[in-house]
Design a protein around this ligand. Structure first.
Ligand SMILES: Nc1nc2c(ncn2[C@@H]2O[C@H](COP(=O)(O)OP(=O)(O)O)[C@@H](O)[C@H]2O)c(=O)[nH]1
Ligand SMILES: [Mg+2]
Length: 407
């Protein structure tokens, strides 16, 4: 993080450095002339020492007087601070509001693009950035800081030159990857399901690397949906373990199975887990047919040899294709992680492709597209209207709620 130059008079600005409600801890930055006075006014260090005596870059634990919240404050330079507080939106809102009471205006973080050079398309990207939860998604969003405004500028030139077809092509190109862009700030749900005791909880634990879900040899151990946010190959996911799908033996287990079905219905990716240590049976087949799995996993592969031998002897139905894993031996887990990542993001946009990362920007471009497509008016007029629409968003986003029809 860049520092402010001491003794330079600058506007008092505060900003939220972390995405709303995403983490356990949130960070608010305050900088500019008067920042130290504002902090000293509201921050009470537990050490009882006056805050102005604390050395730069030292973390100081104390109370935010207006709310009584515990916070940690770090002075980065004379008039530049970071306040680390509870991650919930209420704590952040109250800190921002008490800073506003002391004259701070909410702005962009230090190091963000030049605030005098306003560009709504770039600012949208910048504002979306804190919502990225992994380095990979953040770096992909960051790329659009320059690519999207450049593509919009090119589009604007095409519209001014009244090249309808080319402008249309350019809009479509940006919109093509915009669903991907929007997905970078979302966390898709990936659900593991299957019969009891096949190793679903063990697989979840092997993937996340710690004992998130209870594992036990008795069937019906997992009764509720147990979820954990993690990342596969850099892509954020919410991984959920579910109750084993069978005829419930108790009302509580029945409720867990209902929850599992609800979770499966809403999931972006469903992983069906089967037991490779047993022969493939009718119940497995019935579940496979019912679940519409994106990935089929045959777990307990460490004990698969005896099962296949048994199957040949008994002439059992052949096991369908799927990934062999052993949660207890940690085999096939990396391949499973890779497979999840490939299913979620089968293709990446070209490194120089421009796309939107916020729904506001997508809506605006769709308006521009509708404007160009309109079957009324001469092509030149449509271009002019579309250019105006683009300009409205670019110059003042808040005014840009008018539709193409209103222009
Ligand atoms: N041999 C072997 N046992 C496993 C494997 N995965 C899980 N188990 C065992 O199978 C039992 C049920 O596992 P659990 O993860 O609770 O299954 P769930 O009911 O599907 O969640 C436990 O005793 C686990 O130790 C595996 O890959 N190999
Ligand atoms: Mg379980």
């Amino acid at each position: 993080m860049a520092n402010l130059v001491d003794n330079e008079t600058t506007a008092l600005v505060c900003c939220r450095l972390t995405a709303a409600g995403r983490g356990a801890i949130a960070v608010v930055e305050v900088r500019g002339t008067g920042a130290s006075r504002a902090i000293e006014d509201v921050f009470r260090p537990f050490s009882q020492r006056a805050y102005r005596e604390v050395a730069h870059r030292k973390l100081v634990y104390g109370t935010w007087a207006p709310t009584g919240e515990d916070v940690v404050v770090c002075r980065l330079s004379s008039e530049h601070f970071e306040i680390h507080c509870h991650g919930g939106t209420a704590a952040v809102d109250s800190i921002v509001s008490s800073l506003a009471d002391r004259g701070a205006v909410e702005g962009m973080p230090l190091g963000s693009p030049d605030p005098t050079d306003t560009n709504a398309w770039r600012d949208e990207v910048w504002r979306t950035l804190p919502q990225a939860t992994t380095e990979l998604t953040a770096s992909l969003i960051l790329r659009q800081l320059s690519l999207l405004p450049a593509a919009i500028e090119e589009l604007h030139t095409l519209l001014q030159d009244r090249q309808v077809e080319e402008a249309m092509g350019s809009v479509d190109q940006i919109l093509t990857w915009s669903d991907f862009g929007l997905s970078l700030t979302r966390t898709p749900s990936v659900v593991l399901c299957g019969q009891p005791n096949v190793g679903k909880s063990s697989l979840i634990n092997a993937i996340v690397g710690f004992q998130r879900a209870i594992v036990h040899a008795s069937a019906g151990t997992t009764r509720d949906v147990v979820s954990q946010r993690t990342a596969v190959d850099g892509w954020p996911i919410e991984l959920s373990d579910t109750a084993g799908l069978r005829d419930a033996e108790s009302p509580i287990e029945g409720l867990g199975i209902e929850n599992a079905h609800r979770k499966i219905e809403k999931a972006r990716l469903v992983i069906g887990v089967f037991d490779a240590s047993r022969a493939w049976n009718d119940r497995d087949q019935e579940l496979l047919d019912r679940l519409d799995c994106d990935i089929v996993v045959h777990n307990k592969s460490d004990r698969a040899a005896s099962a296949s031998h048994h199957a040949i002897e008994k002439n059992d139905a052949p096991r369908p294709a799927g990934l062999a894993t052993s949660a207890t031996q940690n085999e096939g887990i990396e391949q499973l992680v890779q497979l999840i990542a490939n299913k979620l993001v089968p293709e990446l946009p070209a490194a120089d492709a421009a796309w939107c990362v916020s729904s506001d920007a997508v809506c605006r471009l769709r308006d521009v597209r509708d404007c160009l497509l309109a079957d009324r008016g001469a092509p030149d007029d449509r271009c002019d209207r579309a250019a105006q629409l683009l300009q409205l968003f670019s110059s003042n986003k808040s005014e840009a709620t008018t539709t193409g029809d209103e222009l």
